[in-house]
Design a protein around this ligand. Structure first.
Ligand code: SIN
Length: 536
């Protein structure tokens, strides 16, 4: 990385507005909210989030949350499906730990008010690719994420010892000389007098979510720019498996409109993929056809688009009962209607897009990172559950389990609580630079297009090298500047994370899980049945 900066902004902790807490949670998706609820059992908590509590990947989740909820299903089967999908890189101890907690934590969500859809008084479940049993629970049809988030937000709001700060852009994790995390510096848009704010924390839980916005095409909301990854990298945390970026096969493709997820559970319930000539093609690629693993479906769609020289393929749901469809998939029904797609007559145009960061900040089975007092949970964390690929709907489950676990850790560390933190004096000054200024918005757009072209679904050496060269070039003109708005910091963070992904993808000279190298199309257990770790 050229001209590495520890912090993105100048800091003088003596003259910056300060808050103090036992436990700071950064992010308000399922993992962050669940962590805050748990930590609030024993200590004071502050949750900061970049936008509002409602703007998260969790809120947008459609398909559901996977767990063993049927009598015919078993923990062993869920464990085995997860291990198989992880292609040799999942940690069986972690998989076991997560899977076995599923039913209890989902029951708890039900008690807290998530209206899971039910049949005969039991939680209804459906199928997604890679699951050998129906185990995907859903709420309000395809509005599962909203159903879960609303219940957790209500719970958080009931707790008098949780303070919520929305519109807080966390710029950096603060560390002391012993490399312990001691809190964050951020930008509080809502503070009237000067927005810089330090939050000193005895425990910091990183739950910043995903990074889909690194790609031109994504299912993720605008806030998912990978800031958590970049700030943890600057702070010195260890990362693993950043090359594993999951692409969702079916995103609504309407030129000019922003992409929207079309849930895999549609295929689980019988939707089929057709190419532009009306041919059902998935059977030619995998015996499980539309329910093959996501990476296989995504690559098959790309191949079919290339063969037919088109920008998309189609999902065919014309055989669904329209009335049933509108109730089972209300969000998608409304979305289609908005574009005059009559699902009983018309095909739904779709193509793949970036969906989920499989790799992330390396944690142990409790969510501890390599930095003291810093924990990670949810999509930002690489706990060992997903390995080289993520089984659909295992992510909400992981967020729930590790949210709870990291919240408990904060409780265990209560004795090192806020009164005991040694607040270091932090003074950090970035030298002025008179190098040419690039337009951050322009760089961000070009970067997203570059990632899509060169570090996308199919990768190979030359484009990966070129991507790194171009990113390093942009970094030279962007990383030396001091920005005072989120747009600039996001651009700096995105450049950092994209370079880490491209480097990791270059290093893994094999194809495994969601990482496909056309120059190394096979799995290579001899050299690569291991994690690729990166640290500053
Ligand atoms: C979907 O509904 O297809 C997405 C679910 C997931 O990514 O786990």
């Amino acid at each position: 990385m050229p001209e590495f900066k520890r912090y993105l902004v100048n800091i003088d902790s003596n003259s910056t507005h300060q808050l103090f807490t036992d436990c700071l949670v950064i992010g308000a998706g399922i993992a962050g909210l669940r962590a805050a609820i748990e930590a609030a059992e024993c200590c004071n908590v502050i949750i900061v989030c970049k936008d509002t509590l409602e703007n998260s990947n969790t809120w947008k989740a459609q398909g559901g949350i996977a767990s063993v909820l049927n009598k015919t299903d078993t923990f062993e089967s869920h464990i085995s499906d997860t291990m198989k999908t992880g292609c040799g890189l999942s940690d069986e101890g972690v998989v076991d730990f997560v899977v076995r907690q599923g039913p209890e934590l989902i029951e708890q969500l039900l008690r807290w008010g998530t209206e899971f859809d039910q049949i005969d008084g039991r939680i209804a479940t459906t199928l997604e690719g890679g699951h050998s049993h129906q185990r995907v629970a859903h709420a309000h049809g395809d509005e599962t994420g909203r159903g879960i988030a609303e219940a957790l937000i209500r719970k958080v709001c009931e707790k008098p010892n949780i303070k919520i700060i929305e519109h807080f852009y966390t710029v950096d994790l603060l560390t002391n000389d012993d490399n312990e995390c001691v809190g964050v510096i951020g930008h509080d848009k809502q503070r009237p007098s000067g927005a810089d704010q330090i939050v000193w924390a005895a425990n910091t839980i990183l739950a910043t979510g995903g990074a889909g916005q690194l790609y031109r095409e994504t299912t993720n909301p605008e806030v998912a720019t990978g800031d958590g990854i970049a700030m943890a990298y600057r702070a010195g945390a260890i990362f693993q498996d950043l090359e594993f970026v999951q692409f969702h096969p079916t995103t609504l493709y309407i030129a000019g409109a922003s992409r929207a997820l079309i849930t895999e559970t549609l295929r689980g319930e019988g939707a089929v993929l057709l190419d532009s000539e009306g041919r059902r093609f998935m059977k030619a690629y995998h015996e499980s056809a539309e329910l093959a693993p996501r990476d296989i479906v995504s690559r098959a769609i790309l191949a079919q688009m290339l063969e037919t020289n088109t920008t998309h393929v189609y999902l065919d749901v014309r055989h669904f009962d329209k009335e049933h469809f509108s109730k089972r998939f209300p969000q998608i029904f409304e979305l289609c209607e908005g574009f005059d797609i009559d699902i009983s007559r018309d095909l739904i145009p779709v193509r793949p897009s970036a969906h989920y960061m499989v790799g992330g900040v390396k944690t142990d089975i409790s969510g501890r990172t390599s930095l003291r007092n810093l924990y990670a949970c949810g999509e930002i964390a690489s706990t060992g559950l997903h390995g080289a690929n993520r089984l659909g709907s295992n992510s909400l489950l992981e967020g729930l389990v590790f949210g709870k676990t990291t919240g408990q850790l904060a409780c265990q560390h209560k004795e090192t609580g806020v009164v005991h933190i040694k607040h270091p004096l932090i003074k950090y000054q970035i030298p002025p630079s008179n190098r040419t200024r690039l337009d951050a918005a322009d760089v961000t757009n070009s970067l997203r297009a570059l990632m899509w072209r060169n570090v996308g679904i199919t990768r190979t050496t030359q484009p990966l090298s070129e991507a790194q060269e171009i990113i390093v070039f942009w970094q030279r003109y962007v990383m030396d500047k001091i920005f005072d708005t989120p747009q600039g910091w996001e651009c700096q963070n995105m450049l950092t994370v994209c370079l880490l992904i491209a480097r990791s993808a270059q290093m893994r000279q094999e194809s495994r899980g969601v990482h496909f190298r056309s120059d190394f199309p096979n799995i290579d257990d001899e050299h690569f049945k291991k994690h690729i770790e990166i640290t500053r």
